[in-house]
Each structure stands twice: as C-alpha cells, then as structure tokens.
Ligand binder design. Structure first.
Ligand SMILES: Cc1cc2nc3c(=O)[nH]c(=O)nc-3n(C[C@H](O)[C@H](O)[C@H](O)COP(=O)(O)OP(=O)(O)OC[C@H]3O[C@@H](n4cnc5c(N)ncnc54)[C@H](O)[C@@H]3O)c2cc1C
Ligand SMILES: *[C@@H]1O[C@H](CO)[C@@H](O)[C@H](O)[C@H]1NC(C)=O
Ligand SMILES: *[C@@H]1O[C@H](CO)[C@@H](O)[C@H](O)[C@H]1NC(C)=O
Ligand SMILES: *[C@@H]1O[C@H](CO)[C@@H](O)[C@H](O)[C@H]1NC(C)=O
Ligand SMILES: *[C@@H]1O[C@H](CO)[C@@H](O)[C@H](O)[C@H]1NC(C)=O
Ligand SMILES: *[C@@H]1O[C@H](CO)[C@@H](O)[C@H](O)[C@H]1NC(C)=O
Ligand SMILES: *[C@@H]1O[C@H](CO)[C@@H](O)[C@H](O)[C@H]1NC(C)=O
Ligand SMILES: *[C@@H]1O[C@H](CO)[C@@H](O)[C@H](O)[C@H]1NC(C)=O
Length: 634
C-alpha cells in the first residue's frame, strides 16, 4: 500500500514534469471534491468503480449524491484539458490526441480477406462520451423488450423498465424556432425526455438546406413514418438531438460535465492515469482493486490496493471489462488455464458474444447539387473555411456549430426487403448455433446464441427492429450505411502469452453467413433509394463505389469482403446480461454470477445490441444500474 503522503509527492512531481515538454513520465493525479487538487486516497471506499467513462462517472455521481456514501472512480486515461473535447470545431475523434484512444488492432478477420482493423475506444476521463459523435438516439421498444425476454415474462429490463432511466438521464432542450425551421419534418414530444439531469440533449443552430430531399425520399416509402419523437422507440425517419446544451454554451455534454465537474463532494473521488490490473477476491467475495500508474515508461509503476466496503463496479467498457474479469480468475476455464491464471470462478460467457454494428462503404456523389454552394471537398477550400469561420465568430452558428448528423432513416427488414425478409428469417430459424461459434465453445454459450438467433429471426419479421440505418448530411450522401443487428458473434479474450497486454479482439464478421444475405438486401435497398429514386434524379447521382456494374451476388459478396467495417465504434455484449444457462455473465441486477460484491455496468452487458448508437443506452443502463445498487435489489 502506498501512503497518501507519497501520492501527494508523486502528484507534485507530475505537475513539475508536465512543465517540461520532453517529460514522458506520468504519475497518477488524485482529484477529490471536484478538481480541488491532489488529495489523499483513502484505504477503502464504500464503492470502487473501475473506469471513469460514460457509465462509470454516471454511477459514481448517483451513488455519492447523498453526500455520505464514499465512492472512488479509477480511470486509466487522463483528465484532459477539456477545450479540445468541448470545443465544437474540434470535438470528434479525428481530433483526439492519440493517447486518448487505446492502441488496439483486431485479430485478422477471416471473412474479410484477413483484414485487421482498428479497435477505436476511448482512454480519457469521460470515456466514449468524451470523444463520440454526440448523436443522441435510443433504438426501439423491441430492443429493450428482447433483453428481458431471455429471463421470461416479468423482467424489468424492458422498454417500460428502461424508459424512466432515459428520462432521468437526459435533460432535453427543445430546438429554438430558428433551429427548428432548418429541420423540415422535425417532430418531438417532451414526454419522452427529462429535465433534471445535468447531461443535456440539444440542437445545433445550423443544418444544410439540402437535407430535406434526403428526408423526403425516405418518408415516401411504403411503411415508413416519422415517429412522434426520436426517443419514442420506433423505427422510421426522424431528427434526433446532439449531446450539447443548446441554451448555453453549445459545448459537448458528457459524463464528465454531467456527473463529475462542479459536484464538489468530499465523498466522491476520482483518480486518473491509473490502470486497474486485478480485482481481488476473498473466496467468492470481491474485496479490493489493484491499480498502478498507467503511463509510466515500461509499465513499472507501483501497485496500490484499495478496498471496497460494499461493492466493486466494473465500468471499463466492452473490451476491458471482460479482460479484467479474466485477469482476476473469472472466466472460461480452458482459456484461463492456458494463460496460467488460477480459475477462481468458472464463467464461460466472459468475453464471448462480442458484436458491434457493421458498416458498408458506399460512395454516391450528386453531380448537380446547387442547393448547397459547397461540397465535401470544400472543407479544404479556404473560401469555405473563411465563410464558416465568420459565421462561427459572429453568431456561433454555421457548419462549425454542428456535430456529426441530426437526422437519418432507421428501418426494419420488412420495409427494406419486402420480398426477401421471410426467406432470410426462415434460414435463421433453421440454423444450428454451434456451427457459427468458435470450435470448443461452452454448451451454455451455444445455448445463448441459439436463443439469440430465435429472437433475431423474429426481429427480421417485425418492422419495429432497425436493420438498416443511414444518416442524412444534407450535402452529399454519407459514404456508408450501417447494418444494425448483425448475427455474427466474436470474442474478446486475454492474450494467453501476455494476459496484461491488450486483449485479442476478434470480430468474426460474417462468421454467420446469413449476414451476407442481409447486407446484400441492405445494399440493394441503399442503391434503390439513393441512386435510382426519381426524387433524387434532379441531383444527378452517381455511384462511384461499388459502381453500377456490381449486381451479381458473387460480385456483391466480393465487394462486401473488401469494404465492410466490422465496427461502428459500438462494441458490446462481452459481459452479457443473460441467464447463466444461456452463457450469461451478469444477472438482472447486473451482479456477476458466482461472485459477491461485483457488478458490471457498461456497454458490455447488452445481450443483443440495440438498433442505435450506444451512448444513450449506456447512460440509461448506468442510471438503472445505480438504482439497483442503491436499492440493494436481491
Ligand atoms: C469515436 C466514437 C464515436 C462514437 N459515436 C457515438 C455517437 O455519436 N453516439 C452514440 O450514442 N454513441 C457513440 N459512440 C459509442 C458510445 O460513445 C460508447 O458506446 C459508450 O461511450 C461506451 O460507454 P462505456 O461506459 O461502456 O465505456 P467507455 O465510455 O469507453 O468507458 C470505459 C472507461 O474505462 C476505462 N478503463 C478501461 N480499462 C481500464 C482499466 N484497466 N483501469 C482503469 N480504467 C479503465 C477507459 O479508459 C474508459 O474511460 C461512439 C464511440 C466512439 C469511440
Ligand atoms: C465551452 O467550451 C469552451 C472551449 O473549451 C470553453 O472555453 C468554455 O468555457 C466552455 N463554456 C462553458 C459554459 O463551459
Ligand atoms: C501502437 O502499437 C503499435 C504496435 O504495437 C506500435 O508500433 C505503435 O507505435 C503504437 N502507436 C501508438 C500511438 O502508441
Ligand atoms: C420538467 O418536467 C416536468 C415533468 O414533465 C414538468 O412538469 C415541468 O414543468 C418541467 N419543468 C421545466 C422547467 O420545464
Ligand atoms: C448574427 O445574428 C444577428 C441577429 O440575429 C443578425 O442580424 C446577423 O446578420 C447575424 N450575423 C451573421 C454573420 O449571420
Ligand atoms: C500476444 O502476446 C505476445 C507476447 O507479447 C505477442 O508476441 C503476440 O503478438 C500477442 N498476440 C496477439 C494476437 O496479439
Ligand atoms: C440540375 O438542377 C437544377 C436545379 O437545381 C435543375 O433545374 C436541372 O434540371 C438539373 N439538371 C439535371 C440534369 O437534372
Ligand atoms: C466495375 O467497374 C470498375 C471500374 O471500371 C472495375 O474496377 C470493377 O472491377 C468492375 N466490377 C465488376 C464486378 O465488374
């Protein structure tokens, strides 16, 4: 145990070293009472939270809000100088400092010509919510009812059981009239939103005028409507907000601003630049957490142990939560044995059931598009930049005030592929789950996959499940679309020859071949609507990739192998909330099976991904998880 006085010394040393640009040594900085400065770390806390990301800080805030319950959050990344994160113009990942992301490359993807891909996840206080595209969407009622369905009829993990936590978790700002005027077809209903959270959903003051054509072409499709609100749990075409405070600064709103900054609570501590390496178990009870400075050269920083009086809450995200369980002896026995880690609690599902939204690159250009005086290339054009800079300086409006996108289509297969969806569903019905999982998968994991396939075959037949999504930019079509419910499952397992190095992330994209069938339908639909629709003909669209000569199935499949991205930066599923006999890792109270005093609360608990970008769902899971913990639910 390192003494608080030593930690104070280290923090001072860090401050001194940080003055020198040549310094590479980082040591932990302890923040207590919201950025008061270095404070002593206690030997124990009521709750120790691993990971100060999207879920971690949300749970930390809720558990400490009585002013008495002591909470420590341990975060691997730094407490970044927030300008680069706040400032709208520099807000998205591509402006992130490299050390705000983990440096992980996936395993070669067999069905993607052995391509490896970057695994993009955040390593900074606030986690994904600090770097994401700020798109605030929710998915459909079916997504949430599906989670509970695996537990039988009466689960509180259902749309009705989660909606109150969306309402608690987000403070909605209706668009000012000038902004609403730029969003043709916008509908919203404040009853789906709350007004108490310090985390905001607001609206930029600028949208490209051409957006209305992309919106309209989708709303004219049979079976496609505009739901009463983007958060109503329906498929369709809609406008959705950005994680920002429209009435105030138009800065990013994220877990740090909503659940840490300004709280000033003596009982809520955060230590950053510190990596948890192990959860300590006493028998089957989780008692403490071991961590050390994360960025010391060579990783030789000193280990520190902190004890939890009540519980440890794992919020390290989909890639690292299963890694920490496995490192601590909780996971598949064969894997742990080959890594020479003692199996303390055998739990075959840890790290299995990994999935993400996949995307297909699809490039369309509008050759006759005079609605907007500038095209994508204009972002390099000095005249365009001057124009945008001036708008921003004068009124904080124009392109720089916008985050990624605020509208799109979110559609089910009966709409996208009315001729094909039934035969695709029938194919899934006939599948034997074991055929599409890694050989040697545990019978409970196989049973869990079979249950998912049954549920997803049903989802294919029901229109209120998103399979296709596409954002509208209003300048040119966004150069990809997203497949929201892939069937294939991957794994995130420790590297048995170096367990503490980054885990092996194996997407196994298209390992279930029905994903080729579905992607093909999505691609044909995408072309039909965006390239061949008479409504868009006036813009003279040209499909530059794949190109209209790609029509035969084998050509499409070849194209997909080269142009599918396995991730939309929405990894999920590796600590699934499922019954134990279905390969689950946590129960409905988010407690790790077989372990006392340990829960997982983050994106990894989704048994099946939702048909939406994940951050809103993670905030809702965190709010609900905090309530479950406080109520000591049995
Ligand atoms: C670039 C990008 C763009 C995205 N765009 C959108 C979007 O527009 N809209 C949307 O809804 N969603 C988006 N997402 C997805 C969404 O942001 C994530 O799904 C969500 O933030 C995940 O939350 P989490 O709490 O599970 O994990 P995270 O927020 O990633 O938090 C995990 C935290 O744990 C820390 N950690 C990990 N291991 C350790 C350890 N051993 N010790 C200590 N700390 C550790 C990490 O550093 C991290 O801060 C995007 C994600 C990314 C990365
Ligand atoms: C908004 O972000 C900018 C840039 O980081 C910062 O200077 C400003 O203080 C922020 N405003 C508020 C209200 O937080
Ligand atoms: C990422 O890892 C690779 C291979 O391990 C290494 O070569 C590269 O320098 C790393 N990049 C960063 C930014 O740390
Ligand atoms: C906040 O929401 C509640 C419940 O919907 C509503 O009664 C109240 O008027 C709202 N307050 C503000 C300031 O909007
Ligand atoms: C800024 O807003 C004011 C008031 O709405 C308006 O008069 C002015 O033209 C705007 N400036 C720019 C550059 O748009
Ligand atoms: C596993 O770790 C070993 C030892 O560091 C390394 O050589 C190997 O490349 C890693 N394997 C993978 C698949 O990353
Ligand atoms: C190009 O667009 C203009 C209006 O923006 C329209 O009048 C014209 O017919 C279009 N040309 C073609 C070839 O579609
Ligand atoms: C389609 O045309 C492009 C460009 O001419 C060519 O590169 C590609 O191989 C063609 N694809 C097929 C399937 O014919």
């Amino acid at each position: 145990m390192i003494l608080p006085s030593q930690l104070g010394f280290l923090a001072t040393l860090a401050a001194l070293l940080n003055c020198s640009p040549a310094a590479t040594l980082h040591v932990p900085t302890i923040y207590a009472r919201a950025l008061d400065g270095p404070e002593a770390l206690s030997e124990s806390y009521d709750y120790v939270i691993i990971g100060g990301g999207t879920a971690g800080l949300t749970v930390g805030d809720r558990l400490s809000e009585d002013g008495k319950t002591t909470v420590l959050v341990i975060e691997n990344g730094e407490l970044a100088h927030s300008d680069e994160i706040n400032n709208v113009r520099d807000r998205v990942t591509w402006n992130a400092e490299p050390w705000w992301l983990y440096n992980i490359t996936s395993a070669p993807n067999t069905e993607l010509e052995n391509r490896e891909s970057a695994v993009i996840i955040a390593s900074v206080t606030g986690g994904g919510s600090a770097l994401n595209g700020m798109q605030c969407v929710r998915g459909t009622t079916d997504d949430y009812d599906r989670w509970g369905s695996f537990f039988g009829g009466s689960s509180t993990w259902s749309w009705d059981g989660v909606l109150p936590y969306f309402i608690k978790g987000l403070h909605f700002q209706p668009p000012p009239k000038e902004a609403a005027d730029q969003m043709p077809g916008i509908k919203y209903d404040e009853s789906y939103w709350g007004n108490t959270s310090r985390l905001y959903a607001g609206w930029p003051s600028f949208q490209w005028p051409g957006i209305k054509y992309q919106f309209e072409v989708f709303t004219k499709l049979p079976g496609v409507g505009v739901p009463e609100d983007s958060g109503a749990g329906q498929t369709g075409v809609y406008w959705y907000p950005t994680y920002m405070d429209a009435e105030g600064s138009i800065n990013r709103s994220y877990s740090r601003t909503g659940h840490w900054d300004g709280l000033n609570r003596a009982n809520y501590h955060l230590i950053t630049e510190s990596k948890v390496t192990q959860i300590e178990l006493d028998g089957n009870k989780a008692t403490g957490v071991v961590f050390r400075p994360s960025q010391v050269d060579g990783g030789e920083g000193e280990f520190t142990t902190v004890k939890a009086n009540k519980e440890i809450i794992l919020c390290a995200g989909t890639i690292h939560s299963p890694q920490l369980l496995q490192l601590s002896g909780i996971g598949p026995r064969k894997l742990l044995e080959s890594a020479r880690i003692e199996t303390k609690i055998e739990l075959p599902g840890v790290g299995q059931n990994f999935h993400d939204h996949t995307t297909l690159h699809f490039e369309i250009q509008f050759r006759n598009y005079s609605i907007r005086p500038n095209r994508r290339d204009d972002f390099e054009d000095p005249d365009f930049i001057t124009w945008a800079d001036n708008l921003w300086a004068a009124n904080r409006t124009g392109p720089w005030s916008r985050a990624l996108w605020n509208t799109g289509a979110w559609l089910g297969l009966p709409v996208v592929a009315p001729e094909a969806y039934e035969s695709i569903a029938a194919k899934v019905d006939a599948q034997n789950a074991a055929d599409y999982l890694p050989t040697g998968s545990d019978p409970t994991v196989i049973a869990g996959y079979q249950a998912r396939l049954v549920s997803l075959a049903e989802a294919i037949r029901r229109s209120n499940n998103v399979f296709y999504s596409h954002y509208f930019s209003g300048d040119e079509p966004v150069n990809y679309f997203t497949y929201e419910h892939p069937l294939s499952l991957g794994t995130v397992n420790i590297n048995v020859s170096a367990p503490e190095s980054e885990p092996i992330v194996d997407y196994r994209t298209y390992s279930n071949p029905v994903d080729f069938d579905i992607m093909l339908e999505l691609a044909r639909f995408h072309r039909r609507i965006n390239v061949e629709s008479p409504l868009l003909a006036q813009f003279d669209p040209v499909e530059t990739s794949p190109g209209l000569n790609v029509t035969a199935r084998e050509d499409w499949v070849a194209y997909m192998r080269r142009n599918t991205e396995p991730s939309s930066m929405h990894p999920t599923g590796t600590c699934a909330m499922m019954p134990l006999e279905l390969g689950g890792v946590v129960d409905e109270q988010l407690r790790v099976y077989g372990v006392e005093g340990l829960r997982v609360v983050d994106a990894s608990v989704m048994s099946v991904i939702v048909g939406a970008n994940l951050a809103g769902t993670v905030f809702a899971i965190a709010e609900k998880g905090a309530d479950l913990i406080k109520n000591g639910a049995e």
